[in-house]
Design a protein around this ligand. Structure first.
Ligand code: UDP
Length: 333
């Protein structure tokens, strides 16, 4: 396989760091661009110190177009994963989300265009579907973002598609469903369920199950997601967005059963779907990608790495009530 020069925005983040690891293992050279707002150099520490010869790190805000543009020189593949995640902070700080996810994406597209890159793959979010009317959800389902995070990631995707259409930028977008795996974020805002539950397990505290726990999520393991990015870069498909999911949907009660331990309950949140479940027919037929890690295998892997969550905040119903106040305030019907 030809060796490529890759640029990964958000390469020090959770998913980005797995993609960087995979690209280096495939023998490619990688430039990481990350402003370390939520990414951490620690996420790349397993690659060794000093870092491998093929890896360079550039601390930079992706919206800084003058400084980003020269970094695109000689790049074959761009993977654009930098961005701000999480629901509540996006409601509280929409300007920061617009800057990172919309202005940032615009800048990455313009820099990539100036650099004449061969492929660009964008990390989009399944949150664009809001509360889907069809499950498994195909890409033909209309977008109905429910909060600024979902909106800004979706607008970013629209920019990517538009640059493919107008400027013939060879770009694709992957709509990621509930990605989990080692190095998922352990600090900051109340967020993805795996980090919440693993920190509770380590502290011998009950899992804070939302609602009755019968809601289901398409939990997708991060190495499968990294593989989807690689397949997207290797393909010649352009101007398409595709779902990336596990091929299944699992209830929170099932997750609790696999993790083991007592539960407590917190109220169901407005704007939350009862089921997320990707129809993965499109990516299977266009890219030949398929997921390999089911929830049982994925949870076993998480438990092997549970010490990574040792310093993560331990949430309880009271602190969750406080942290999600604005969620209820703004999103209730
Ligand atoms: N969830 C839960 N307890 C928590 C946090 C989340 O039961 O403390 C549930 C939540 O209701 C949802 C699933 O876990 O069904 C995934 O939540 P997450 O916030 O990770 O992702 P999203 O809701 O955006 O799919």
């Amino acid at each position: 396989m030809a060796k490529r020069t890759c640029l990964v925005t958000g390469g020090a983040g959770f998913i980005g760091s797995h993609l960087v690891t995979r690209l280096l293992a495939d023998g490619h050279a990688v430039r990481v661009v990350d402003n370390l707002a939520s990414g951490r150099l620690q996420n790349l520490a397993h690659l060794g110190n000093p870092p491998p010869a093929g890896l360079t790190f550039h601390k930079l805000d992706i919206a800084n177009l003058p400084e980003l543009t020269p970094l695109m020189q000689g790049v074959d593949w761009v993977f654009h994963l930098a961005g701000l995640a999480d629901i509540v902070p996006s409601i509280q700080l929409p300007a920061a989300y617009h800057h990172a996810n919309v202005d940032g994406t615009f800048s990455v597209l313009e820099a990539a265009r100036a650099g004449g890159v061969k492929r660009l793959v964008y990390a989009a979010s399944s949150s664009c579907y809001g509360i889907p009317t069809v499950t498994p959800t195909p890409e033909t389902e209309p977008a109905r973002p429910q909060y600024p995070y979902a909106l800004t990631k979706f607008v970013g995707e629209q920019y990517v598609m538009h640059w493919a259409q107008v400027y013939k930028l060879p770009a694709l977008s992957l709509r990621l469903f509930n990605v989990y795996g080692p190095r998922s974020r352990t600090t900051g805002a109340y967020g993805a369920v795996f980090g919440v539950f693993l920190a509770q397990k380590l502290a011998n505290k009950p899992y804070t199950v939302v609602g009755d726990g019968k809601q289901t999520r398409d939990f997708t393991f991060v190495t499968d997601v990294a593989d989807a990015f690689v397949k997207a870069a290797e393909s010649e498909v352009v101007g398409q967005y595709m779902n990336v999911g596990s091929g299944n949907t699992y209830s929170i009660n099932r997750l609790v059963e696999l993790l083991g331990g007592p539960v407590t309950y917190v109220p169901k949140r407005p704007g939350e779907p009862d089921c997320t479940f990707a129809d993965t027919g499109k990516i299977k037929s266009l890219l030949g990608w398929q997921p390999r890690v089911n929830l049982e295998k994925g949870v076993a892997e998480m438990l092997k790495h549970i010490e990574l969550w040792r310093d993560a905040p331990v949430w309880d119903p009271a602190s969750i009530g406080e942290a999600t106040k604005d969620w209820f305030k703004y999103l209730k019907a």
